[in-house]
Design a binder for this molecule. Structure first.
Ligand code: ADP
Ligand code: MG
Length: 571
Protein backbone atom coordinates (compact mmCIF):
# COMPACT_ATOMS: atom_id res chain seq x y z
CA UNK A 1 0.00 0.00 0.00
CA UNK A 2 1.34 3.40 -0.99
CA UNK A 3 1.58 6.17 1.59
CA UNK A 4 -1.69 7.91 2.47
CA UNK A 5 -4.72 6.95 4.46
CA UNK A 6 -6.07 3.47 3.71
CA UNK A 7 -9.73 2.57 3.81
CA UNK A 8 -11.35 -0.89 3.66
CA UNK A 9 -14.26 -2.03 1.51
CA UNK A 10 -16.43 -2.40 4.61
CA UNK A 11 -15.64 1.16 5.69
CA UNK A 12 -16.31 2.49 2.19
CA UNK A 13 -19.76 0.86 2.14
CA UNK A 14 -20.64 2.20 5.60
CA UNK A 15 -19.34 5.72 4.95
CA UNK A 16 -21.07 5.91 1.57
CA UNK A 17 -24.39 4.87 3.13
CA UNK A 18 -23.94 7.46 5.85
CA UNK A 19 -23.11 10.10 3.23
CA UNK A 20 -26.44 9.26 1.58
CA UNK A 21 -28.24 9.90 4.90
CA UNK A 22 -29.12 6.27 5.48
CA UNK A 23 -30.26 5.89 9.09
CA UNK A 24 -31.23 2.24 9.53
CA UNK A 25 -29.74 -1.10 8.52
CA UNK A 26 -31.40 -4.48 9.17
CA UNK A 27 -29.82 -7.83 8.60
CA UNK A 28 -28.27 -11.02 9.82
CA UNK A 29 -24.48 -11.11 9.89
CA UNK A 30 -22.18 -13.93 8.88
CA UNK A 31 -19.37 -14.49 6.43
CA UNK A 32 -18.50 -12.21 4.60
CA UNK A 33 -20.40 -9.17 5.84
CA UNK A 34 -19.86 -8.92 9.62
CA UNK A 35 -17.36 -6.09 9.15
CA UNK A 36 -19.88 -4.08 7.13
CA UNK A 37 -22.40 -4.14 10.00
CA UNK A 38 -19.70 -3.16 12.50
CA UNK A 39 -18.47 -0.34 10.24
CA UNK A 40 -22.06 0.88 9.79
CA UNK A 41 -22.51 1.16 13.55
CA UNK A 42 -19.18 2.98 13.80
CA UNK A 43 -20.43 5.74 11.48
CA UNK A 44 -23.72 6.08 13.39
CA UNK A 45 -26.07 3.93 11.30
CA UNK A 46 -28.50 2.01 13.52
CA UNK A 47 -27.98 -1.70 12.93
CA UNK A 48 -30.88 -4.01 13.85
CA UNK A 49 -29.99 -7.69 13.90
CA UNK A 50 -33.02 -9.74 12.85
CA UNK A 51 -33.78 -13.48 12.96
CA UNK A 52 -34.62 -14.08 9.31
CA UNK A 53 -33.52 -12.16 6.21
CA UNK A 54 -37.09 -11.97 4.93
CA UNK A 55 -38.23 -10.06 7.99
CA UNK A 56 -35.07 -7.92 7.84
CA UNK A 57 -35.85 -6.98 4.26
CA UNK A 58 -39.51 -6.22 5.03
CA UNK A 59 -38.38 -3.98 7.90
CA UNK A 60 -35.92 -2.10 5.68
CA UNK A 61 -38.60 -1.58 3.02
CA UNK A 62 -41.04 -0.11 5.54
CA UNK A 63 -38.37 2.45 6.51
CA UNK A 64 -38.42 3.64 2.89
CA UNK A 65 -42.20 4.04 2.90
CA UNK A 66 -42.27 5.77 6.26
CA UNK A 67 -39.34 8.16 5.81
CA UNK A 68 -39.01 8.56 2.02
CA UNK A 69 -35.36 7.55 2.21
CA UNK A 70 -34.49 3.85 1.85
CA UNK A 71 -33.56 1.55 4.70
CA UNK A 72 -30.80 -0.99 4.09
CA UNK A 73 -31.02 -4.75 4.34
CA UNK A 74 -27.65 -6.47 4.77
CA UNK A 75 -27.46 -10.17 3.96
CA UNK A 76 -24.90 -12.91 3.49
CA UNK A 77 -24.24 -14.73 0.25
CA UNK A 78 -26.39 -17.46 -1.35
CA UNK A 79 -29.20 -18.45 1.01
CA UNK A 80 -29.12 -15.12 2.88
CA UNK A 81 -29.54 -13.28 -0.40
CA UNK A 82 -32.29 -15.67 -1.52
CA UNK A 83 -34.27 -15.24 1.70
CA UNK A 84 -34.26 -11.49 1.08
CA UNK A 85 -35.73 -11.77 -2.43
CA UNK A 86 -39.23 -11.78 -0.95
CA UNK A 87 -38.52 -8.39 0.60
CA UNK A 88 -37.06 -6.99 -2.61
CA UNK A 89 -40.09 -8.13 -4.62
CA UNK A 90 -42.48 -6.83 -1.97
CA UNK A 91 -40.81 -3.39 -1.98
CA UNK A 92 -40.74 -3.13 -5.76
CA UNK A 93 -44.36 -4.27 -6.10
CA UNK A 94 -45.40 -1.76 -3.41
CA UNK A 95 -43.31 1.02 -5.08
CA UNK A 96 -41.21 1.58 -1.94
CA UNK A 97 -37.50 2.52 -1.97
CA UNK A 98 -35.10 -0.09 -0.54
CA UNK A 99 -31.40 -0.90 -0.66
CA UNK A 100 -30.21 -4.47 -0.26
CA UNK A 101 -26.51 -5.16 0.19
CA UNK A 102 -25.47 -8.76 -0.24
CA UNK A 103 -22.10 -10.29 0.44
CA UNK A 104 -21.07 -12.78 -2.22
CA UNK A 105 -18.27 -15.27 -2.70
CA UNK A 106 -14.73 -14.08 -3.47
CA UNK A 107 -14.13 -13.07 -7.06
CA UNK A 108 -11.23 -15.48 -7.56
CA UNK A 109 -13.40 -18.46 -6.57
CA UNK A 110 -16.19 -17.74 -9.02
CA UNK A 111 -17.38 -20.86 -10.96
CA UNK A 112 -15.30 -23.06 -8.62
CA UNK A 113 -18.14 -24.02 -6.28
CA UNK A 114 -17.27 -21.40 -3.68
CA UNK A 115 -19.02 -21.28 -0.29
CA UNK A 116 -22.60 -20.08 -0.92
CA UNK A 117 -21.77 -19.17 -4.51
CA UNK A 118 -24.83 -17.94 -6.42
CA UNK A 119 -25.40 -15.62 -9.42
CA UNK A 120 -26.78 -12.86 -7.19
CA UNK A 121 -26.54 -9.89 -9.55
CA UNK A 122 -28.37 -11.81 -12.26
CA UNK A 123 -30.96 -13.18 -9.83
CA UNK A 124 -31.51 -9.70 -8.41
CA UNK A 125 -32.46 -8.19 -11.76
CA UNK A 126 -36.05 -9.45 -11.77
CA UNK A 127 -36.81 -7.98 -8.36
CA UNK A 128 -34.93 -4.69 -8.45
CA UNK A 129 -34.75 -1.45 -10.40
CA UNK A 130 -30.97 -1.85 -10.34
CA UNK A 131 -28.85 -4.90 -9.57
CA UNK A 132 -25.11 -4.23 -9.63
CA UNK A 133 -21.67 -5.11 -8.35
CA UNK A 134 -19.15 -2.26 -8.07
CA UNK A 135 -16.22 -2.94 -10.40
CA UNK A 136 -13.68 -1.82 -7.78
CA UNK A 137 -13.44 -0.47 -4.26
CA UNK A 138 -12.87 3.02 -5.59
CA UNK A 139 -16.34 3.27 -7.15
CA UNK A 140 -18.31 1.96 -4.13
CA UNK A 141 -19.52 5.45 -3.05
CA UNK A 142 -20.65 6.26 -6.60
CA UNK A 143 -22.50 2.96 -6.98
CA UNK A 144 -24.20 3.41 -3.61
CA UNK A 145 -25.28 6.95 -4.52
CA UNK A 146 -26.71 5.67 -7.79
CA UNK A 147 -28.59 2.88 -6.02
CA UNK A 148 -30.05 5.23 -3.40
CA UNK A 149 -31.05 7.70 -6.12
CA UNK A 150 -32.57 5.02 -8.34
CA UNK A 151 -34.55 3.59 -5.42
CA UNK A 152 -36.22 6.99 -4.78
CA UNK A 153 -36.46 8.74 -8.17
CA UNK A 154 -39.31 8.07 -10.58
CA UNK A 155 -41.43 5.20 -9.29
CA UNK A 156 -39.66 4.05 -6.12
CA UNK A 157 -38.45 0.46 -5.77
CA UNK A 158 -35.70 -1.85 -4.57
CA UNK A 159 -32.01 -1.74 -5.61
CA UNK A 160 -29.43 -4.46 -5.01
CA UNK A 161 -25.68 -4.00 -4.51
CA UNK A 162 -23.39 -7.03 -4.55
CA UNK A 163 -20.19 -6.91 -2.48
CA UNK A 164 -17.75 -9.78 -3.12
CA UNK A 165 -16.27 -11.20 0.08
CA UNK A 166 -12.74 -10.23 -0.89
CA UNK A 167 -13.80 -6.55 -1.14
CA UNK A 168 -14.74 -6.38 2.52
CA UNK A 169 -11.27 -6.30 4.05
CA UNK A 170 -9.35 -5.15 0.98
CA UNK A 171 -7.93 -1.64 1.36
CA UNK A 172 -7.34 1.25 -1.00
CA UNK A 173 -5.88 4.67 -0.64
CA UNK A 174 -8.55 7.25 0.18
CA UNK A 175 -7.13 9.59 -2.47
CA UNK A 176 -8.10 7.16 -5.23
CA UNK A 177 -11.74 6.80 -4.12
CA UNK A 178 -14.49 8.47 -6.15
CA UNK A 179 -16.51 10.16 -3.41
CA UNK A 180 -20.01 11.44 -4.26
CA UNK A 181 -22.22 13.89 -2.40
CA UNK A 182 -25.57 13.03 -0.89
CA UNK A 183 -28.26 12.76 -3.52
CA UNK A 184 -31.10 15.23 -2.95
CA UNK A 185 -34.74 14.13 -2.64
CA UNK A 186 -36.43 13.51 -6.01
CA UNK A 187 -37.11 16.64 -8.08
CA UNK A 188 -40.79 17.61 -8.21
CA UNK A 189 -42.62 17.02 -11.47
CA UNK A 190 -45.89 18.74 -12.36
CA UNK A 191 -48.68 18.02 -14.82
CA UNK A 192 -49.22 19.98 -18.04
CA UNK A 193 -51.55 22.92 -17.55
CA UNK A 194 -53.89 21.79 -20.35
CA UNK A 195 -54.29 18.39 -18.68
CA UNK A 196 -55.19 20.06 -15.39
CA UNK A 197 -57.87 22.17 -16.97
CA UNK A 198 -59.26 19.17 -18.89
CA UNK A 199 -59.41 17.12 -15.67
CA UNK A 200 -61.18 19.89 -13.77
CA UNK A 201 -63.75 20.27 -16.55
CA UNK A 202 -64.48 16.53 -16.44
CA UNK A 203 -64.87 16.65 -12.66
CA UNK A 204 -67.11 19.74 -12.94
CA UNK A 205 -69.51 17.79 -15.18
CA UNK A 206 -69.53 14.66 -13.03
CA UNK A 207 -72.82 13.59 -11.50
CA UNK A 208 -71.36 10.88 -9.28
CA UNK A 209 -67.69 11.69 -8.71
CA UNK A 210 -65.34 9.67 -6.53
CA UNK A 211 -61.82 10.48 -5.37
CA UNK A 212 -59.72 7.37 -4.75
CA UNK A 213 -56.66 7.97 -2.58
CA UNK A 214 -53.83 5.43 -2.89
CA UNK A 215 -50.64 4.74 -0.98
CA UNK A 216 -48.72 6.77 -3.60
CA UNK A 217 -50.50 9.80 -2.13
CA UNK A 218 -49.45 8.77 1.36
CA UNK A 219 -45.88 8.25 0.18
CA UNK A 220 -45.74 11.68 -1.45
CA UNK A 221 -46.83 13.42 1.78
CA UNK A 222 -49.78 14.98 -0.04
CA UNK A 223 -52.10 14.90 2.99
CA UNK A 224 -52.48 18.65 3.48
CA UNK A 225 -53.31 19.40 -0.13
CA UNK A 226 -55.61 16.39 -0.53
CA UNK A 227 -57.47 17.38 2.62
CA UNK A 228 -57.90 20.88 1.16
CA UNK A 229 -59.10 19.42 -2.14
CA UNK A 230 -61.73 17.27 -0.38
CA UNK A 231 -62.93 20.22 1.71
CA UNK A 232 -62.92 22.71 -1.15
CA UNK A 233 -64.62 20.49 -3.72
CA UNK A 234 -66.91 18.47 -1.45
CA UNK A 235 -65.93 15.22 -3.17
CA UNK A 236 -66.63 11.79 -1.69
CA UNK A 237 -63.34 9.94 -1.17
CA UNK A 238 -62.31 6.34 -0.73
CA UNK A 239 -58.88 5.41 0.63
CA UNK A 240 -57.16 2.21 -0.48
CA UNK A 241 -55.99 0.07 2.49
CA UNK A 242 -52.66 1.80 3.15
CA UNK A 243 -53.96 5.25 2.17
CA UNK A 244 -56.27 5.23 5.18
CA UNK A 245 -55.53 8.31 7.26
CA UNK A 246 -54.22 10.55 4.44
CA UNK A 247 -57.55 12.23 5.10
CA UNK A 248 -58.87 11.00 8.47
CA UNK A 249 -61.31 8.08 8.28
CA UNK A 250 -63.86 10.06 10.32
CA UNK A 251 -63.97 12.89 7.78
CA UNK A 252 -67.62 13.34 6.69
CA UNK A 253 -66.67 12.79 3.02
CA UNK A 254 -65.09 9.36 3.63
CA UNK A 255 -67.21 6.71 1.92
CA UNK A 256 -65.13 3.67 2.89
CA UNK A 257 -68.19 2.09 4.51
CA UNK A 258 -69.97 2.29 1.13
CA UNK A 259 -67.00 1.03 -0.89
CA UNK A 260 -68.81 -1.30 -3.32
CA UNK A 261 -71.58 1.20 -4.05
CA UNK A 262 -69.13 4.06 -4.55
CA UNK A 263 -66.99 2.07 -6.99
CA UNK A 264 -69.91 0.59 -8.85
CA UNK A 265 -71.79 3.80 -9.55
CA UNK A 266 -69.14 6.51 -9.85
CA UNK A 267 -69.19 8.18 -13.27
CA UNK A 268 -65.88 9.98 -12.75
CA UNK A 269 -63.03 8.51 -10.71
CA UNK A 270 -60.02 10.59 -9.74
CA UNK A 271 -57.15 8.22 -9.02
CA UNK A 272 -54.55 9.79 -6.75
CA UNK A 273 -51.58 7.41 -6.56
CA UNK A 274 -53.35 4.06 -6.84
CA UNK A 275 -53.04 1.49 -9.61
CA UNK A 276 -56.06 -0.10 -11.26
CA UNK A 277 -54.84 -3.55 -10.20
CA UNK A 278 -56.61 -6.28 -8.22
CA UNK A 279 -57.05 -4.00 -5.20
CA UNK A 280 -59.26 -1.77 -7.37
CA UNK A 281 -60.72 -4.61 -9.41
CA UNK A 282 -58.81 -3.47 -12.53
CA UNK A 283 -61.17 -0.51 -12.96
CA UNK A 284 -63.49 -2.82 -14.91
CA UNK A 285 -67.11 -4.03 -14.75
CA UNK A 286 -68.83 -5.44 -12.74
CA UNK A 287 -67.16 -3.41 -9.99
CA UNK A 288 -67.00 -0.21 -12.09
CA UNK A 289 -69.32 1.28 -14.67
CA UNK A 290 -68.29 0.40 -18.21
CA UNK A 291 -68.41 4.12 -19.10
CA UNK A 292 -66.55 5.39 -16.02
CA UNK A 293 -64.23 8.30 -16.79
CA UNK A 294 -60.89 7.89 -15.03
CA UNK A 295 -58.59 10.78 -14.25
CA UNK A 296 -55.27 9.20 -13.45
CA UNK A 297 -52.54 10.89 -11.47
CA UNK A 298 -49.23 9.07 -11.16
CA UNK A 299 -45.50 9.68 -11.17
CA UNK A 300 -44.92 6.74 -13.49
CA UNK A 301 -45.80 7.38 -17.14
CA UNK A 302 -45.91 3.66 -17.94
CA UNK A 303 -48.73 3.23 -15.42
CA UNK A 304 -51.05 5.63 -17.26
CA UNK A 305 -53.65 3.69 -19.23
CA UNK A 306 -53.17 0.30 -17.58
CA UNK A 307 -56.42 -1.71 -17.90
CA UNK A 308 -58.58 1.36 -18.62
CA UNK A 309 -58.10 4.20 -21.13
CA UNK A 310 -58.13 7.31 -18.90
CA UNK A 311 -60.16 10.38 -19.81
CA UNK A 312 -57.32 12.58 -18.56
CA UNK A 313 -53.78 11.85 -17.37
CA UNK A 314 -51.82 13.98 -14.96
CA UNK A 315 -48.22 12.85 -14.93
CA UNK A 316 -46.39 14.15 -11.90
CA UNK A 317 -45.87 14.14 -8.17
CA UNK A 318 -49.19 13.75 -6.34
CA UNK A 319 -48.57 16.56 -3.90
CA UNK A 320 -47.61 19.02 -6.63
CA UNK A 321 -50.44 17.95 -8.97
CA UNK A 322 -53.01 18.14 -6.17
CA UNK A 323 -51.85 21.71 -5.57
CA UNK A 324 -52.33 22.46 -9.28
CA UNK A 325 -55.85 21.00 -9.13
CA UNK A 326 -56.62 23.06 -6.04
CA UNK A 327 -55.59 26.26 -7.78
CA UNK A 328 -57.76 25.49 -10.79
CA UNK A 329 -60.76 24.57 -8.63
CA UNK A 330 -60.41 27.75 -6.56
CA UNK A 331 -60.29 29.81 -9.74
CA UNK A 332 -63.49 28.24 -11.03
CA UNK A 333 -65.23 28.26 -7.62
CA UNK A 334 -66.44 24.69 -8.08
CA UNK A 335 -67.98 22.66 -5.29
CA UNK A 336 -69.86 19.41 -5.55
CA UNK A 337 -73.28 19.82 -3.85
CA UNK A 338 -73.71 17.92 -0.60
CA UNK A 339 -77.46 17.51 -1.18
CA UNK A 340 -77.04 15.52 -4.42
CA UNK A 341 -78.75 12.16 -5.03
CA UNK A 342 -75.27 10.60 -5.11
CA UNK A 343 -74.48 11.77 -1.60
CA UNK A 344 -77.89 10.59 -0.40
CA UNK A 345 -77.28 7.13 -1.82
CA UNK A 346 -73.75 6.90 -0.34
CA UNK A 347 -74.86 8.13 3.09
CA UNK A 348 -77.67 5.61 3.26
CA UNK A 349 -75.32 2.78 2.39
CA UNK A 350 -72.79 3.95 4.99
CA UNK A 351 -75.48 3.98 7.67
CA UNK A 352 -76.68 0.46 6.83
CA UNK A 353 -73.19 -1.01 6.74
CA UNK A 354 -72.13 0.65 9.97
CA UNK A 355 -75.22 -0.64 11.75
CA UNK A 356 -74.54 -4.18 10.57
CA UNK A 357 -70.94 -4.06 11.88
CA UNK A 358 -72.13 -2.63 15.17
CA UNK A 359 -74.62 -5.46 15.57
CA UNK A 360 -71.90 -8.04 15.05
CA UNK A 361 -69.53 -6.21 17.40
CA UNK A 362 -72.04 -6.25 20.23
CA UNK A 363 -72.80 -9.98 20.02
CA UNK A 364 -72.30 -11.49 23.46
CA UNK A 365 -71.65 -15.10 22.47
CA UNK A 366 -68.35 -16.84 23.27
CA UNK A 367 -65.89 -17.47 21.77
CA UNK A 368 -65.79 -13.91 20.43
CA UNK A 369 -66.10 -13.03 16.75
CA UNK A 370 -63.73 -10.70 14.84
CA UNK A 371 -66.04 -7.71 15.14
CA UNK A 372 -66.22 -7.90 18.92
CA UNK A 373 -62.43 -8.12 19.17
CA UNK A 374 -61.89 -5.11 16.91
CA UNK A 375 -64.59 -3.15 18.69
CA UNK A 376 -62.64 -3.42 21.97
CA UNK A 377 -59.30 -2.73 20.30
CA UNK A 378 -60.75 0.42 18.74
CA UNK A 379 -62.10 1.60 22.08
CA UNK A 380 -58.88 1.07 24.02
CA UNK A 381 -55.89 1.93 21.82
CA UNK A 382 -54.74 5.56 21.46
CA UNK A 383 -56.20 7.29 18.40
CA UNK A 384 -52.77 8.14 17.02
CA UNK A 385 -51.48 4.54 17.11
CA UNK A 386 -49.52 3.19 14.17
CA UNK A 387 -51.37 0.09 13.00
CA UNK A 388 -49.65 -2.87 11.41
CA UNK A 389 -51.89 -5.67 10.26
CA UNK A 390 -51.75 -8.92 8.35
CA UNK A 391 -53.76 -12.09 8.02
CA UNK A 392 -56.82 -12.84 5.93
CA UNK A 393 -59.96 -11.92 7.88
CA UNK A 394 -57.92 -10.25 10.60
CA UNK A 395 -56.55 -7.75 8.11
CA UNK A 396 -59.71 -7.30 6.05
CA UNK A 397 -62.13 -6.87 8.94
CA UNK A 398 -59.55 -4.85 10.89
CA UNK A 399 -59.30 -2.45 8.01
CA UNK A 400 -62.99 -1.65 8.18
CA UNK A 401 -63.24 -1.63 11.97
CA UNK A 402 -60.08 0.28 12.97
CA UNK A 403 -59.94 3.90 11.88
CA UNK A 404 -56.77 5.76 10.91
CA UNK A 405 -56.56 9.47 11.62
CA UNK A 406 -53.01 10.16 10.42
CA UNK A 407 -51.17 9.38 7.16
CA UNK A 408 -48.65 6.52 6.80
CA UNK A 409 -49.87 4.89 10.00
CA UNK A 410 -51.27 1.74 8.48
CA UNK A 411 -48.95 -0.95 7.14
CA UNK A 412 -50.28 -4.23 5.82
CA UNK A 413 -49.82 -7.07 3.33
CA UNK A 414 -50.01 -4.50 0.53
CA UNK A 415 -50.13 -4.88 -3.23
CA UNK A 416 -48.33 -8.22 -3.13
CA UNK A 417 -50.61 -9.63 -0.40
CA UNK A 418 -47.52 -10.77 1.51
CA UNK A 419 -47.93 -12.73 4.73
CA UNK A 420 -44.99 -12.46 7.11
CA UNK A 421 -44.44 -8.70 6.81
CA UNK A 422 -46.08 -7.79 10.12
CA UNK A 423 -43.31 -8.04 12.70
CA UNK A 424 -40.65 -6.56 10.40
CA UNK A 425 -42.96 -3.64 9.61
CA UNK A 426 -43.78 -3.18 13.29
CA UNK A 427 -40.08 -3.10 14.21
CA UNK A 428 -39.38 -0.49 11.51
CA UNK A 429 -42.38 1.60 12.58
CA UNK A 430 -41.34 1.43 16.24
CA UNK A 431 -37.79 2.59 15.41
CA UNK A 432 -39.05 5.50 13.32
CA UNK A 433 -41.58 6.41 16.02
CA UNK A 434 -38.88 6.28 18.71
CA UNK A 435 -36.74 8.75 16.74
CA UNK A 436 -39.46 11.06 15.45
CA UNK A 437 -42.75 10.73 17.35
CA UNK A 438 -41.96 8.92 20.62
CA UNK A 439 -45.50 9.42 21.93
CA UNK A 440 -46.95 7.14 19.24
CA UNK A 441 -47.47 3.44 19.90
CA UNK A 442 -47.20 0.61 17.38
CA UNK A 443 -50.06 -1.90 17.53
CA UNK A 444 -49.44 -4.99 15.42
CA UNK A 445 -52.59 -6.99 14.77
CA UNK A 446 -51.82 -10.43 13.39
CA UNK A 447 -53.76 -13.48 12.36
CA UNK A 448 -52.34 -16.60 14.05
CA UNK A 449 -51.11 -17.96 10.72
CA UNK A 450 -49.56 -14.63 9.69
CA UNK A 451 -47.79 -14.37 13.06
CA UNK A 452 -46.16 -17.75 12.45
CA UNK A 453 -44.21 -16.51 9.42
CA UNK A 454 -41.97 -14.28 11.50
CA UNK A 455 -42.86 -15.06 15.12
CA UNK A 456 -39.23 -15.33 16.23
CA UNK A 457 -38.82 -11.59 15.61
CA UNK A 458 -40.43 -11.26 19.05
CA UNK A 459 -36.90 -11.85 20.33
CA UNK A 460 -35.69 -8.92 18.18
CA UNK A 461 -38.48 -6.75 19.61
CA UNK A 462 -37.45 -7.64 23.17
CA UNK A 463 -33.71 -7.30 22.44
CA UNK A 464 -34.10 -3.71 21.25
CA UNK A 465 -36.78 -3.04 23.85
CA UNK A 466 -39.38 -1.78 21.41
CA UNK A 467 -42.70 -1.39 23.26
CA UNK A 468 -44.83 -2.88 20.47
CA UNK A 469 -48.23 -4.34 21.34
CA UNK A 470 -48.81 -7.50 19.29
CA UNK A 471 -52.36 -8.79 19.18
CA UNK A 472 -52.75 -12.29 17.74
CA UNK A 473 -56.34 -12.85 16.65
CA UNK A 474 -56.33 -16.60 17.00
CA UNK A 475 -58.84 -18.76 15.13
CA UNK A 476 -56.61 -21.87 15.11
CA UNK A 477 -55.94 -21.68 11.42
CA UNK A 478 -55.74 -20.05 8.01
CA UNK A 479 -59.16 -18.55 7.12
CA UNK A 480 -60.85 -20.92 9.60
CA UNK A 481 -59.74 -23.55 12.11
CA UNK A 482 -61.00 -26.34 14.33
CA UNK A 483 -61.84 -26.13 18.00
CA UNK A 484 -60.08 -28.52 20.40
CA UNK A 485 -62.87 -31.14 20.31
CA UNK A 486 -63.10 -31.22 16.53
CA UNK A 487 -59.34 -31.38 16.33
CA UNK A 488 -59.23 -34.45 18.57
CA UNK A 489 -61.94 -36.07 16.54
CA UNK A 490 -60.07 -35.41 13.34
CA UNK A 491 -56.99 -37.18 14.67
CA UNK A 492 -58.95 -40.41 15.10
CA UNK A 493 -59.10 -40.80 11.35
CA UNK A 494 -55.42 -41.61 11.14
CA UNK A 495 -52.21 -39.87 10.13
CA UNK A 496 -52.66 -36.10 10.71
CA UNK A 497 -50.70 -35.41 7.54
CA UNK A 498 -53.47 -36.96 5.48
CA UNK A 499 -56.54 -36.08 7.52
CA UNK A 500 -56.01 -32.68 9.16
CA UNK A 501 -57.49 -29.90 7.01
CA UNK A 502 -54.69 -27.91 5.33
CA UNK A 503 -56.12 -24.70 6.81
CA UNK A 504 -55.87 -25.95 10.40
CA UNK A 505 -53.27 -25.03 12.97
CA UNK A 506 -52.90 -26.45 16.47
CA UNK A 507 -55.92 -25.30 18.54
CA UNK A 508 -55.41 -23.01 21.54
CA UNK A 509 -51.72 -22.38 20.89
CA UNK A 510 -50.18 -20.19 23.55
CA UNK A 511 -48.43 -17.67 21.30
CA UNK A 512 -48.20 -15.24 24.23
CA UNK A 513 -45.58 -17.51 25.81
CA UNK A 514 -43.19 -16.62 23.00
CA UNK A 515 -43.32 -13.07 24.31
CA UNK A 516 -42.86 -14.02 27.96
CA UNK A 517 -39.96 -16.29 26.97
CA UNK A 518 -37.98 -13.17 26.04
CA UNK A 519 -39.03 -10.93 28.92
CA UNK A 520 -42.08 -9.22 27.43
CA UNK A 521 -45.62 -9.50 28.77
CA UNK A 522 -47.92 -12.22 27.47
CA UNK A 523 -51.72 -12.43 27.86
CA UNK A 524 -54.04 -15.32 26.97
CA UNK A 525 -57.51 -13.94 26.45
CA UNK A 526 -60.88 -15.62 25.93
CA UNK A 527 -63.52 -13.09 26.98
CA UNK A 528 -64.21 -9.41 26.28
CA UNK A 529 -63.38 -8.59 29.92
CA UNK A 530 -60.00 -10.31 29.71
CA UNK A 531 -59.33 -8.58 26.40
CA UNK A 532 -60.12 -5.16 27.87
CA UNK A 533 -57.88 -5.80 30.86
CA UNK A 534 -54.95 -6.97 28.73
CA UNK A 535 -55.32 -4.06 26.31
CA UNK A 536 -55.40 -1.51 29.11
CA UNK A 537 -52.31 -3.00 30.73
CA UNK A 538 -50.37 -3.19 27.43
CA UNK A 539 -51.22 0.32 26.34
CA UNK A 540 -50.40 1.83 29.74
CA UNK A 541 -47.01 0.14 29.96
CA UNK A 542 -44.93 2.24 27.60
CA UNK A 543 -41.69 0.36 28.28
CA UNK A 544 -42.43 -3.32 27.76
CA UNK A 545 -43.38 -5.19 24.58
CA UNK A 546 -46.50 -7.31 24.93
CA UNK A 547 -48.43 -10.00 23.10
CA UNK A 548 -52.15 -10.54 23.60
CA UNK A 549 -53.31 -13.89 22.26
CA UNK A 550 -57.05 -13.55 21.67
CA UNK A 551 -58.99 -16.78 21.18
CA UNK A 552 -61.91 -16.29 18.81
CA UNK A 553 -64.52 -18.57 17.30
CA UNK A 554 -62.53 -20.72 14.83
CA UNK A 555 -65.44 -20.47 12.40
CA UNK A 556 -65.87 -16.71 12.73
CA UNK A 557 -66.14 -15.04 9.34
CA UNK A 558 -66.64 -11.63 7.83
CA UNK A 559 -70.13 -10.35 7.23
CA UNK A 560 -71.51 -11.07 3.80
CA UNK A 561 -70.31 -8.63 1.20
CA UNK A 562 -71.88 -7.71 -2.09
CA UNK A 563 -68.64 -8.76 -3.76
CA UNK A 564 -65.82 -10.90 -2.49
CA UNK A 565 -62.49 -9.06 -2.21
CA UNK A 566 -60.81 -10.81 -5.12
CA UNK A 567 -62.19 -10.24 -8.59
CA UNK A 568 -61.35 -12.98 -11.05
CA UNK A 569 -59.87 -11.51 -14.17
CA UNK A 570 -62.32 -13.36 -16.43
CA UNK A 571 -65.34 -11.60 -14.96
P1 ADP B 1 -52.67 1.26 -3.56
O1 ADP B 1 -52.12 -0.05 -3.13
O2 ADP B 1 -52.91 2.19 -2.44
O3 ADP B 1 -53.84 1.11 -4.48
P2 ADP B 1 -50.58 1.40 -5.51
O4 ADP B 1 -49.36 0.88 -4.85
O5 ADP B 1 -51.33 0.50 -6.43
O6 ADP B 1 -51.54 2.02 -4.40
O7 ADP B 1 -50.22 2.68 -6.34
C1 ADP B 1 -49.32 3.63 -5.89
C2 ADP B 1 -49.00 4.47 -7.11
O8 ADP B 1 -48.44 5.70 -6.66
C3 ADP B 1 -47.97 3.82 -8.04
O9 ADP B 1 -48.51 3.70 -9.34
C4 ADP B 1 -46.78 4.79 -8.00
O10 ADP B 1 -46.17 4.93 -9.26
C5 ADP B 1 -47.43 6.08 -7.55
N1 ADP B 1 -46.56 7.02 -6.84
C6 ADP B 1 -45.61 6.77 -5.93
N2 ADP B 1 -45.06 7.91 -5.48
C7 ADP B 1 -45.68 8.90 -6.13
C8 ADP B 1 -45.56 10.33 -6.11
N3 ADP B 1 -44.71 10.97 -5.33
N4 ADP B 1 -46.37 11.02 -6.93
C9 ADP B 1 -47.23 10.40 -7.76
N5 ADP B 1 -47.40 9.09 -7.79
C10 ADP B 1 -46.63 8.34 -7.00
MG1 MG C 1 -56.08 -17.52 11.66
Amino acid sequence: MAAGEAVSGAQLVAEALRAQNIEYMFGIVGIPIIEIAVAAQAVGIKYIGMRNEQAACYAASAIGYLTGRPGVCLVVSGPGFLHALGGMANATVNCWPLIVIGGSSDRNQETMGAFQEFPQVEAGRLYNKLSVRPSSLEVIPAVIEKAVRTSMYGRPGSCYIDIPGDFVNLEVNKSSVKYVECCPPPPTSMAEHSAISKAVSIIAHAKQPLLIIGKGAAYSHAENNIRKLVDLCGLPFLPTPMAKGVVPDNHPNCVAAARSTALQHADVVILLGARLNWILHFGLPPRFRPDVKVIQIDICAEELGNNVRPAAVLLGDINAVTKQLLEEFSKRLLKYPSNSEWWKKLREKIKNNEERSKELALQKSLPMNYYTVFHHIRELIPKDSILVSEGANTMDIGRTMLPNYYPRQRLDAGTFGTMGVGLGFAIAAALVAKDRTPEKRVICIEGDSAFGFSGMEVETICRYNLPIVIIVVNNNGIYTGLNADNWKEMLQYGDPATCVPPVSLLPNSHYEEIMSAFGGKGYFVKTPEELQKALKASVTDKQTPSLINVMIDPQSDRKKQEFPWLTRSNL
